[in-house]
Design a protein around this ligand. Structure first.
Ligand code: OSB
Ligand code: MG
Length: 369
């Protein structure tokens, strides 16, 4: 593949409802859709899975756009790229900035797959025809309100319920959900809201039979997580702490987690995601696909990746209607009976709809050199 042009579509999208985590509330965000165009005219799509604030990690939509324009696009334009698996290595001259890297790397996977008449799933060896959908629920004002939400999502068919927690909104909330729904697949995500001093407090979760607790401790830690895992029965899952294959290898070696949440953006693309997936599979570590409140483009990539065999736990990829009044892709991402059917089409399998895009567009740039 040889890129003749990269189009940056700057959009602004509003979630149907505010989403609150231990680090803040998200509602409205600027996102950049990256469209790469091959010399034969085939285009592929990726998304910066950032928001406007650097609270989840250090990147924002603006920093991602800056890195793309000043470093990554110039490095990739007009170069013969034999296979998209090479792109991550071509961008390693810059440290981190993984969400920016993933935005263009995934777009190249899409273009390459389309050029070859294959889906991305087929290209990476994914075989599932449908994937299980889970629902990530933000922090609610009370356990009662949370239980009502869970009830609604369980009725809709979601295969896993994830609840955001923080000090002051944790044990009591999770217990209320477990008492109301003794049998559902249930987990908590703390987004780094605790320290090892809270180990005894978090141990109270053990009796609730949770699938896991996600990222309880510091965003950059794998040592204390290993210590915590020795003190609690609930499996620890890492999200924020894993940026690469090397991070995953070290975390597994230390016993810092029993499960890893793979996010394509956080680890710098689909190739690195696949390497982490394979490593976890060899080591008996289950993985699942996390979410970043993406538009249809980012979630289409998540669906393609989740077709790999070691994605054994339902991910955070919910249908379009759970995020937006109208998504930018057609058809919208739909769930039936808790399952999302993997589309048959080439590449990401969904089309960006120009009319829908026009409604959310802020500006567009075309970069050819
Ligand atoms: O920690 O998994 C997280 C959203 C934004 C940033 C971080 C996280 C999340 C989610 C939402 O949990 C998952 C989704 O896309 O529905
Ligand atoms: Mg998380």
């Amino acid at each position: 593949i040889n890129l003749k042009e990269v189009r940056l579509h700057h959009i602004n999208v509003s979630l149907i409802a505010p989403f609150t985590t231990s680090f803040g509330t998200m509602e409205n965000k600027d996102v950049c859709l990256v469209e790469v165009v091959d010399e034969s005219g085939v285009s592929g799509w990726g998304e910066t899975v950032t928001s406007n604030e650097p609270y989840y990690n250090e990147e924002t939509t603006e920093t991602a756009v800056y890195m793309l324009k000043d470093f990554f696009i110039p490095r990739l334009l007009h170069r013969e790229i034999g296979h998209p698996s090479e792109v991550h290595g071509m961008l390693e001259f810059v440290r981190r900035n993984n969400i920016a890297k993933a935005a263009i790397e995934t777009a190249i996977w899409d273009a390459f797959a389309k050029k070859n008449g294959l889906s991305i799933a087929e290209l990476i060896g994914g075989t599932k025809k449908e994937i299980e959908s889970g629902k990530s629920i933000g922090i609610q004002e009370s356990p009662e309100v949370l239980v009502k939400k869970v009830d609604q999502y369980v009725r809709e068919g979601f295969r896993k319920i994830k609840v955001k927690i923080k000090p002051g909104a944790d044990i009591e909330y999770m217990r209320a959900v477990r008492e109301a729904f003794p049998d559902i697949a249930l987990m908590a995500d703390a987004n780094s809201a605790y320290t090892l001093d809270d180990a005894d407090h978090l141990k109270q979760l053990d009796e609730l039979d949770l699938l896991m607790i996600e990222q309880p401790l510091a965003h950059d830690d794998i040592i204390d997580h290993a210590k915590l895992q020795k003190q609690i029965k609930t499996p620890v899952c890492l999200d924020e702490s894993i940026h690469s294959y090397e991070d995953a290898r070290k975390a597994i070696e230390l016993g810092s987690c029993r499960i890893i949440n793979i996010k394509i953006g956080r680890v710098g693309g689909l190739q690195e995601s696949k390497r982490i997936h394979d490593l976890c599979m060899e080591n008996g570590i289950d993985v699942w696909c996390g979410g970043m409140l993406e538009t249809g483009v980012g979630r289409a990539h998540n669906i393609q990746m989740t077709t790999l065999p070691n994605f054994t736990i339902p991910g955070d990829t919910a249908p379009s209607s759970h995020y937006w009044t109208e998504d930018i892709v057609t058809p919208e991402i739909e769930m039936h009976n808790g399952l999302i059917r993997v589309p048959d089409g080439a590449g990401i399998g969904y089309e960006v709809d120009p009319q829908k895009l026009a409604k959310v567009i802020r500006s567009e740039e075309r970069i050819t050199s």
